[in-house]
Design a protein around this ligand. Structure first.
Ligand code: 5AD
Ligand code: SF4
Length: 460
């Protein structure tokens, strides 16, 4: 009999990918995805711990689920509640203590055991008060070897996890603690999964990793050959017929090598857009953050990409108010932003994460953080607007991946990840079509289908 599975995903793309794989794992047990928690037999919260109030958000959602679970029990039914992801890893047994109605707590590296954990919960009758199961170890086996070989189809733009974990230990970041040490999947496994996704309709794949450009997977074909870096992997993926676009995220400036820069020069399928977090423009703060690069090294890196491919555009992450950040440090961040000119960016107030080194240092006042963030965000918004404006008049290839708000309208992505709104027939969904950009907004652009066959710019 079919059972209903609801997964609520918080946080990054990696969690989105993990959620799709959890659904793949549970399908053989008869679970199919539904879109609301109230009707589900199994609810999974796939949580994120990267910034503030993450745990509180999870506990308040768990409070809501307790009401649903009790109501279900009163009508003789049963709802199983599981908490996974990075809050589960960080909080562990504390979740079972604070929310005793939770049946399973599992980590990002143990979700391949979900079918077993769910089966164990269901063995005990609901009426018997059983203690929840906890599985947040970092097992010796890697989950990737134990996930179903074929990933579910994801549509025209797919994500594929190639690397996980992080060894960098930036002062502010929980990832090395919640996701564990760096691990790269063998290139052959990545190629197989990519071919499956393309066979199921994907035309664009984004390679995911917490530190994706530290990728160093076993070589495809010849196991005794040297490991492949990300640049080599991208070259091999570009040979898959029908795979028109490749992207990767998220990268660390310290792990960019010549092969990756060369891939941007040599592989037309690799999109000319790079998310490369810098966090700060001050060398003093970068050192305190343990980022292991300077602001000028970042500037030089951007120049290398621009030399490899003239139409590259950049995105970044920034943290303001890291412990000890002065006005002079913050001014250096604004200078860096001015020098680079970002197409878009994310910026955050520093949020102390329990167990990380920066959480123990002396903190910047909340009002200062807020004031700096407002200034930075205004500058970044202006740059984004300017970049969108600069696309007017250009003809860009757009991959249509969803219907627009009005009938007769489709939305797709430009090479620069901009949302592009176009009047277009439904038949264009899932296709890559040249679009002349006519209008630019803050977060998206709009254009018309370009009919001339030779229309796409050579550079895009
Ligand atoms: N506080 C604020 N922002 C953070 N990030 C990571 N940890 C923290 C933190 N403790 C931001 C970084 C990172 C992005 C994913 O989240 O900018 O690149
Ligand atoms: Fe966190 Fe990224 Fe630094 Fe790793 S490189 S510790 S994931 S911010």
């Amino acid at each position: 009999m079919s059972k209903r599975l609801y997964i609520k995903t918080y946080g990054c793309q990696m969690n989105v990918y993990d959620s799709t794989r959890m659904a793949d794992l549970l399908a053989p047990l008869g679970y199919r995805l539904v879109t609301a928690s109230d009707e589900a037999d199994l609810v999974i919260l796939n949580t994120c711990h990267i910034r503030e109030k993450a745990a509180e958000k999870v506990y308040s959602e768990l409070g809501r689920l307790r009401v649903l679970k009790t109501a279900r029990a009163e009508t003789g039914g049963r709802m199983v509640v599981a908490v996974g992801g990075c809050v589960a890893q960080a909080e562990g047994a504390e979740i079972l203590r604070r929310a005793p109605h939770v049946d399973i707590v599992f980590g990002p590296q143990t979700y391949h055991r979900l079918p077993d954990l769910v089966a164990r919960v269901l063995l005990v009758p609901a009426a018997v008060a059983a203690k929840g199961l906890l599985d947040t170890e970092f097992p010796a086996e890697t989950k990737f070897d134990l996930l179903p070989e074929t990933a579910s189809p994801q549509g025209v733009a797919a994500i594929l996890s190639v690397q996980e974990g992080c060894d960098k230990f930036c002062s502010f970041c929980v990832v090395p603690y919640t996701r564990g040490a760096e691990y790269s999947r063998p290139a052959g496994d990545v190629l197989r999964e990519a071919r499956d996704l393309v066979a199921a309709g994907a035309r664009e794949i984004t390679l995911l990793g917490q530190n994706v450009n530290a990728y160093h997977g076993a070589a495809a074909g010849n196991k005794s050959a040297r490991e492949w870096g990300l640049g080599r992997l991208i070259q091999a993926l570009a040979e898959i017929p029908g795979l028109d676009r490749l992207r990767y995220t998220t990268s660390h400036p310290g792990d960019v090598d010549d092969a990756l820069v060369a891939a941007h020069r040599d592989v037309p399928q690799l999109m000319p857009f790079l998310h490369l977090p810098v966090q700060s423009g001050s060398d003093r703060v970068l050192a305190a953050m343990n980022r292991k690069h300077t602001a000028d090294a970042y500037r030089r890196l951007i120049e290398r990409f621009r030399t490899a491919r003239a139409d590259m555009a950049f995105s970044s992450d920034f943290i303001v108010g890291h412990p000890d950040e002065s006005e002079v440090d913050f001014a250096a961040t604004l200078r860096l932003v001015g020098d680079i000119g970002f197409a878009q960016a994310f910026s955050f107030k520093y949020s102390p994460r329990p167990g990380t080194p920066a959480a123990q240092a002396s903190q910047v006042a909340e009002e200062l953080k807020a004031a700096r963030l407002a200034v930075l965000q205004e500058m970044l918004a202006t740059q984004q607007r300017r970049f969108n404006d600069s696309c007017r008049g250009r003809i860009l290839p757009v991959l249509f991946d969803r219907p627009g708000r009005h009938s007769g309208q489709l939305i797709g992505r430009s090479p620069y990840l901009q949302s592009v709104h176009v009047e277009a027939p439904d038949g264009h969904l899932g296709t890559l079509v040249p679009v002349r950009i006519l209008a630019a907004g803050q977060n998206s652009v709009a254009g018309t289908l370009e009919m001339r066959a030779d229309a796409v710019e050579a550079s895009a």
